[in-house]
Write a protein that binds this ligand. Structure first.
Ligand SMILES: Cc1cc2nc3c(=O)[nH]c(=O)nc-3n(C[C@H](O)[C@H](O)[C@H](O)COP(=O)(O)OP(=O)(O)OC[C@H]3O[C@@H](n4cnc5c(N)ncnc54)[C@H](O)[C@@H]3O)c2cc1C
Length: 345
């Protein structure tokens, strides 16, 4: 094995796909199943100018990664022969106050500077003015969403076709470096590889030779069957967002809760989302409930992802701390990690 990857979430899978395409022999280990961490709860929204509206490093990374997405999805789809629902259908962010309208008009300028199509619009049909005097929102045409469970299957199949092995329910107990290789300890024995990538999300502090300072932030999300007029865009307000899938179901997200490693849904979290979506879109009252999910977003103190070699060894590479943007940042993360792996192997 050239590269061992700890964690088979969206980050670990994107890295496995990328490295296997370059001919590396890769094995991926997950304590749960593939995508069983934060990734199973994700909404898959691809929206740099919602998640990183202020100029800075996160915005730069997010814009660059969004620019890679068409190729990322097309390659995964063709290598795996697995269909992925991926739509740059636009995001519509509702202004619920005069202050919000001013803020969004500034965001529109920044998005235009990044060559995106950002336009101020009257409220979408079905959306209502919830507060204040503002009656519009910002439509950014090139933002959108991907169905992450489909993307994950495609990345996994593509990597497996090139010989990558995925080990599920195989927790890594620890990793440590010996002169020219890294030892990975599992409950059944030790394995050796040239490079280890730690993509263990919220659990990344536990596995590697150092603690990069990652903490879990719970997010709860609903899936509903939509009965109202079809939504043309991802809808976003300050209290919730709605992602319209082609099968007429919608995702409604998401809470942001500092509750440690508790990844269960709560009545309060589900209740908050149900209230918020009805305030944003009155048609939501008729939607029927399918399921609630919860996941632990991996957050760093700086708010930026941690994508770098360990300070102890260049053979151990961290790819974690993606917080609210792991799906959006996956292609760029894979490219950055590829460069670091190439530098030591
Ligand atoms: C409700 C919600 C909505 C979200 N919406 C969006 C969105 O719209 N757009 C977006 O870009 N991002 C979104 N995110 C964030 C995104 O889901 C995360 O940033 C992303 O899933 C992180 O991926 P990851 O692979 O780093 O972590 P994870 O998916 O958590 O994967 C880490 C994996 O490591 C495994 N692991 C842990 N310890 C060990 C060990 N010792 N040995 C082996 N394996 C181990 C875990 O089992 C897990 O499968 C959302 C998150 C939530 C919770």
């Amino acid at each position: 094995m050239d590269v061992g990857i700890v964690g088979a979430g969206i980050i670990g899978c994107a890295i496995a796909d990328d490295l296997s395409r370059r001919g590396y022999r890769v094995e991926v280990f997950d304590a749960r199943r593939v995508g069983g961490g934060a990734t199973q709860a994700t909404a898959g929204v691809l929206a740099p100018f919602i998640e990183a509206p202020s100029a800075g490093t996160l915005q730069k990374l997010a814009v660059e990664s969004l620019g890679m997405y068409d190729g990322f999805v097309a390659k995964a789809q063709s290598a795996s022969e697995w269909e992925i629902e991926y739509r740059r259908c636009g995001t519509f962010e509702v202004a619920t106050s005069v202050e919000a309208e001013e803020r969004l008009r500034a965001v529109a300028d920044a998005a235009r500077n990044a060559q995106l199509t950002a336009q101020w619009h009257a409220l979408e049909p079905g959306a209502r003015q919830t507060r204040g005097t503002a009656a519009g929102g910002l439509l950014i045409a090139e933002q959108g969403y991907v169905r992450v469970e489909q993307l994950l299957v495609a990345l996994r199949r593509a990597a497996e076709r090139r010989g990558t092995v995925f080990h599920e329910e195989q927790p890594i107990l620890k990793t440590f470096t010996k002169r020219d290789h890294v030892v990975i300890e599992t409950s059944t024995g030790a394995l050796s590889c040239g490079v280890v990538v730690i993509a263990a999300g919220s659990w990344s502090d536990v596995v590697g030779p150092e603690q990069p300072g990652i903490r879990p932030v719970r997010g709860q999300l609903l899936r509903l069957r939509w009965k109202g007029e079809a939504l043309p865009h991802v809808m976003w307000s300050q209290d919730c967002y709605v992602v319209p899938w082609l099968d007429r179901t919608v995702l409604v997200g998401a809470t942001v809760e500092e509750v440690g490693f508790d990844d269960r849904n709560t009545a309060k979290g589900v209740g908050q989302l149900i209230d918020a979506v009805q305030r944003l879109l009155p048609d939501a009252a008729e939607a029927t409930f399918i399921e609630a999910r919860a996941g632990l977003r991996p957050a760093s103190d700086s708010g930026l992802p941690v994508i770098r070699p360990s300070s102890n060894s260049t053979r151990v590479i961290y790819a974690t701390g993606h917080f609210r943007n792991g799906v959006l940042l996956a292609p760029l993360t894979a490219r950055l990690v590829r460069g670091m792996v190439g530098a030591v192997s």
